[in-house]
Design a protein around this ligand. Structure first.
Ligand SMILES: [Zn+2]
Length: 450
C-alpha cells in the first residue's frame, strides 16, 4: 500500500487558493494585452520576445546547444536582423527531443502532458505545460471565443480530447465564459455521427466546434435520420477547426446548417495560433506568439504583404518554449488593422505547404483544388477525391454529382483556371461515408483517392 501523503487538509486548501489567485493574476494580464493600443502592444511584444529567447537559451537542453552560437548577438542587440539569424526549429527537432529534451522547467512544475502523432510525418512529439502556461492559453482562447459566443450558448466540441490539447483547452475556455459545454469528442466508437446529431438536437446545441468536413458529414447524417439541420436543430454558429476550409466549402456549410461559419487553427505543440473575432476575421494570437512569414523553399523572410510559411516563436510557454518554429502552414498576413479594434494582425490560412499536388509541372494547393471542385457541385454528399495517374489529374465524384452537366462544369473550370484537362472517377458513396465516419480527425484529405 502507498504511504499516506503527509499533509493537513489546510495545506490542500491553501494550494487550491494559490492556484485560484494565480488564475486571477493571469486573467488580468491577458485582459490588459487584449485591450492595449497597437504601439504599446508592439513594445510589450519586443520585450516578451527577448525574454522568451533568453529563457529558452538558458533553460531548455535542446536550445542551450541549438542557440549557443546565435542567441548572444540577439540578446545583446535586440535587433530583428539578429533574431532572423537564429536557426529554425522543426517538427523533426521536437521528435528527436521526445519526450523531455525541450523541457525548460523542472518536470515537477508541469500540470499537463500530451502528444501528437502529426498529420503527415507519423512522428510523435510531446507537448507540456506549466499551470501558468496552460491557464494563459485557456484565458486567451476564452477572450477570442467570447467575441462570438455568450453564456447562453450550448456548445458541442467534436474535436479530439485524447492527448491533444486543443479539445481540453477549448473546453476550459468555454467554461470560463459560462457556456454549457457538450464534450462530444471525436471517437467514432464512443460517439458515432448518429449519436452526435441526436445530442445536438436533444441538448439544444447552438454552436458546434469541429472540422468543416465533419460538419458536412453530420449534416448528411442528420438528413438521413429525417432531421433537417436548418429546421430541427438550433446550431447557428459553426466554429471550424482542424483543417482549412475553402470559401466554397464555407458557403455549403452556411447553407446546409443555416449557420454562420468561423475559422480557427492551431497545433498541439503551439496551441491555438489563429482565431476569429467579432468581425469574423481570423486573427493571429499575438499575445502568446511572435509570428514571421518565410519563403518555404529558401527560408528567407517574406516582404510585407507576401504570403509565406508561418514561423512561430512562443512568448508565454515556459515549459515548452519554441523559437522560430516552422509550422508548415501557408499564410497571408493582412497589413490593415481589423474593424474589431484588436491590436492583433488578421490572416488568411492558405493550407499546408506540403498539401500541393503537381500535375504537368503545375503546382496546385489542395485548398485551391477544393474551391474549384466544390464551387461546381450541386448536391450532398459534397465529398470528392483527387488522384494523379500518369501526369493526369483525376477527380473522384460520388454518384449524386457524377452527372454529365456537373462534370462538364468542373472540367471547364480546370481548363480555364489551370489549363488542365481532368479525368473523372466514380467514387462509392458508402466507402466515402465510412472513411469520414471512422476518422478521428476527418478532413477532405481522409477521402482523397490513394
Ligand atoms: Zn478583428
Amino acid at each position: 500500500m502507498n504511504k499516506p501523503v503527509n499533509r493537513t487538509p489546510a495545506d490542500g486548501a491553501a494550494r487550491i487558493l494559490d492556484t485560484l489567485r494565480m488564475r486571477e493574476r493571469i486573467a488580468a494580464q491577458v485582459d490588459a494585452l487584449f485591450t492595449m493600443q497597437s504601439a504599446p502592444f508592439r513594445q510589450w511584444q519586443g520585450e516578451a520576445l527577448h525574454a522568451a529567447v533568453a529563457h529558452a537559451a538558458d533553460a531548455s537542453p535542446f536550445y542551450r546547444s541549438h542557440l549557443a552560437s546565435s542567441a548572444p548577438a540577439f540578446l545583446r542587440s535586440g535587433q530583428v536582423k539578429d533574431f532572423t539569424a537564429l536557426p529554425f526549429t522543426t517538427r523533426q527537432h521536437l521528435h528527436d527531443a521526445y519526450p523531455f529534451g525541450m523541457l525548460a522547467v523542472s518536470q515537477d512544475a508541469l500540470v499537463r502532458f500530451g502528444e501528437s502523432s502529426g498529420t503527415s510525418s507519423g512522428t510523435s512529439i510531446a507537448a507540456f505545460f506549466t499551470a501558468e502556461d496552460w491557464f494563459t492559453n485557456n484565458c486567451t482562447v476564452a477572450h477570442m471565443l467570447q467575441q462570438v459566443l455568450t453564456p447562453h450558448d450550448v456548445v458541442a466540441v467534436a474535436v479530439p480530447y485524447e492527448l491533444a490539447g486543443v479539445g481540453q483547452d477549448l473546453d476550459r475556455a468555454l467554461e470560463l465564459i459560462g457556456c454549457t459545454v457538450v464534450a462530444l469528442g471525436a471517437s467514432p466508437q464512443f460517439c458515432p455521427p448518429e449519436r452526435m446529431v441526436r445530442i445536438l438536437r436533444d441538448a439544444g446545441v447552438t454552436a458546434l466546434i469541429c472540422s468543416g468536413t465533419r460538419a458536412l458529414h453530420l449534416s448528411e447524417v442528420a438528413q438521413q435520420l429525417g432531421i433537417d439541420p436548418r429546421r430541427d436543430l438550433k446550431v447557428s454558429k459553426l466554429l471550424c477547426a482542424g483543417e482549412g476550409s475553402s470559401p466554397a466549402k464555407q458557403v455549403i456549410l452556411r447553407e446546409t446548417w443555416g449557420a454562420e461559419t468561423f475559422a480557427m487553427f492551431g497545433m498541439t505543440e503551439t496551441n491555438t495560433l489563429g482565431m476569429f473575432c467579432s468581425a469574423n476575421q481570423l486573427h493571429l494570437i499575438e499575445n502568446r506568439s511572435y509570428f514571421e512569414l518565410i519563403d518555404p523553399a529558401s527560408g528567407a523572410p517574406c516582404a510585407p504583404g507576401v504570403a509565406g510559411e508561418l514561423v512561430v516563436t512562443t512568448l508565454s510557454s515556459r515549459a515548452l518554449p519554441l523559437i522560430r518554429y516552422r509550422t508548415g502552414d501557408l499564410v497571408h498576413i493582412e497589413q490593415a488593422p481589423c474593424t474589431c479594434g484588436s491590436p492583433f494582425h488578421t490572416m488568411r490560412h492558405m493550407g499546408r505547404v506540403a498539401d500541393h499536388i503537381v500535375v504537368q509541372g503545375r503546382s496546385m494547393s489542395m485548398l485551391a483544388l477544393e474551391q474549384d471542385v466544390l464551387s461546381e457541385l450541386t448536391s450532398a454528399p459534397y465529398h470528392f477525391g483527387v488522384k494523379v495517374v500518369d501526369e493526369k489529374l483525376h477527380i473522384g465524384l460520388t454518384e449524386n454529382n457524377y452527372g454529365e452537366e456537373v462534370r462538364a462544369r468542373v472540367a471547364a473550370r480546370f481548363v480555364a483556371q489551370h489549363g488542365l484537362e481532368v479525368n473523372f472517377l466514380l467514387m462509392d458513396k458508402d466507402k466515402v461515408d465510412k472513411a469520414v465516419r471512422n476518422a478521428v480527425k476527418p478532413t477532405m484529405q481522409s477521402i482523397y483517392l490513394n
